[in-house]
Design a protein around this ligand. Structure first.
Ligand SMILES: Nc1ncnc2c1ncn2[C@@H]1O[C@H](COP(=O)(O)OP(=O)(O)OP(=O)(O)O)[C@@H](O)[C@H]1O
Length: 450
């Protein structure tokens, strides 16, 4: 799923972890670093939609980073966080070009509100054009086009990163609803106890904390389409409520008295084999039949090889523009290396590999040696060829080391538990949701996690 990307700079480990949890649960993709120096390196490596930084940092402080960002990335919003009562610092930050500031300690809701304010619209530029060159993909897009003009519910299946959300967006924009809202919600990213209120909305006072009434995602999508991403990650109780909404075509807010009529096109996605999941008892059979009106299945990219190079070239162009690199060519040796890879992380992994190649190539052509798949395997150690790698500081190397160690522990635990994720989460003392997130990250790095 396309997400807003945040770079968060906080040296207090406890606070950094809390911020990371809050932002991940709210559906953001965030990179956490502990110093301005690491942030500057990170900004060179990939593009972000917003920077959120503490002011008091070891080495260069938040103002230094603010100056760097406003000088080098004038379009990139940056917000500073400062200690309670430090209003003078906050005012100075705004004068120097920060888009906002937060006084610590702050409420989660405050943080999310400011970030939402400054990143609204970021995703509009991200919705990719659907590239389909392989005959099997062309046939799929053709089917999608045909179903788009009907009002049928669509279920899109496929491995993680195959492009299910891109296809969902394509269906919406090819339908008569194109000028109406397209509302996407990732059922796996929202805490279970909040999902119901977010989907169906709530009235003031419906529960503690509901200080004002709020329309749910269904209401927001009225007239348009709703994408229920990773629908299987919704608990069985909520599945029953969703089924009722689909049957009745109306929704009732939590604590509400009257149903609200809906005219919404439903698109759901899953990366599970839904029929077997129904048999295992994880998903309601009646809901499955309701959703499975028109199933579309994206094959993994290794099975539609004709798409690899066209998508790679489009990604290369997109990232080269963002990194202000001019024209960069994908050489035949690099192309064959891309074509022969298994792509466990699908197009999302391809995206990462291309970004990495652009950093490593330091010229105007991507050669075979710049295509690096697996950051963990010893044959694939990245040589410090580019200036960036030479400049990489100890903290960033340590960060990578810690992450690789974590990946190894998770991989080992998965092997020992024969892939039973529930057991792995219990053993590692993390929630199944966190495990899922970490596994997705591993896949993005190109690790096979089956
Ligand atoms: N056919 C395609 N053409 C261009 N870009 C694509 C295509 N398919 C996928 N992408 C890009 O690959 C990335 C992953 O796609 P997307 O989020 O749609 O996958 P997904 O299957 O929904 O993943 P997940 O199951 O993890 O949510 C996105 O950045 C998207 O823009």
């Amino acid at each position: 799923m396309n997400k807003v990307k945040l770079l968060v700079v906080e040296d207090d480990r406890g606070l950094a972890e809390a911020l990371e949890d809050t932002l991940l649960l709210a559906g953001y993709d965030c990179s956490m670093v502990g110093s301005s120096e690491e942030a500057i390196l990170s900004l060179k490596k990939q593009s972000y939609d917003m920077v959120v930084s503490d002011i008091n940092l070891p080495g260069m402080d938040g103002y230094g980073l603010l100056k760097h960002v406003t000088d080098h990335y004038p379009e990139l919003p940056i917000m500073l966080m400062t200690a309670y009562g430090d209003i003078a610092h906050a005012v100075e930050a705004m004068r120097e070009g920060a888009v906002d500031y937060l006084l610590k300690p702050f409420e989660e809701a405050e943080l999310l509100e400011v970030i939402q304010k400054h990143t609204a619209g970021a995703l509009d530029n991200k919705s990719s054009t659907l590239i389909a060159v392989d005959p099997s993909s062309k046939a799929m897009v053709d089917l999608a086009k045909r179903v788009a003009v009907t009002d049928s519910t669509v279920l899109i299946c496929g491995e993680s990163g195959t492009g299910k959300e891109v296809l969902a967006n394509y269906i919406h924009t090819s339908s008569d609803r194109v000028n109406q809202p397209f509302v996407a919600i990732n059922c796996a990213a929202i805490p279970e106890n909040m999902l119901e209120a977010i989907l169906f909305g709530y009235e003031k006072g419906a529960y503690t904390g509901a200080v004002s009434s709020q329309a749910g995602k269904f209401e927001q999508a009225n007239g348009g389409s709703i994408l229920l991403d990773e629908i299987t990650e919704m608990d069985v109780g909520l599945q029953a409520k969703l089924l009722r909404v689909l049957q009745e075509q109306e929704v009732e807010r939590l604590g509400g008295k009257k149903p609200i009529k809906l005219d919404v096109r439903i698109i759901a996605t899953t990366n599970r084999d839904l029929a077997s999941y129904v048999k295992e008892g994880g998903f309601r059979e009646d809901l499955y039949y309701r959703l499975n009106v028109f199933p579309l299945k994206w094959s993994p990219i290794r099975e539609r090889k004709g798409d690899i190079i066209p998508i790679a070239e489009s990604l290369l162009k997109k990232h080269a523009v963002k990194m202000r690199l001019g024209e960069v060519v994908l050489m035949p040796s690099a192309q064959s290396k891309l074509e022969s890879h298994r792509w466990p992380g699908n197009v999302r992994e391809l995206d990462n590999v291309i970004q990495r190649a652009l950093i490593l190539c330091s010229g105007s052509s991507v050669e075979e040696q710049h295509v690096v798949f697996d950051m963990l395997s010893s044959e694939q150690v990245v040589e410090p060829e580019s200036q960036l790698e030479e400049n990489e500081d100890a903290a960033s190397i340590l960060g990578k080391g810690v992450q690789q160690h974590e990946f190894r522990i998770i991989a080992q635990a998965l092997i020992e538990a024969k892939g039973k994720r529930k057991d792995v989460a219990e053993k590692l003392g993390i929630s199944p949701r966190t495990l899922r997130y970490k596994i997705a990250k591993m896949r993005e790095f190109g690790l096979e996690v089956d």
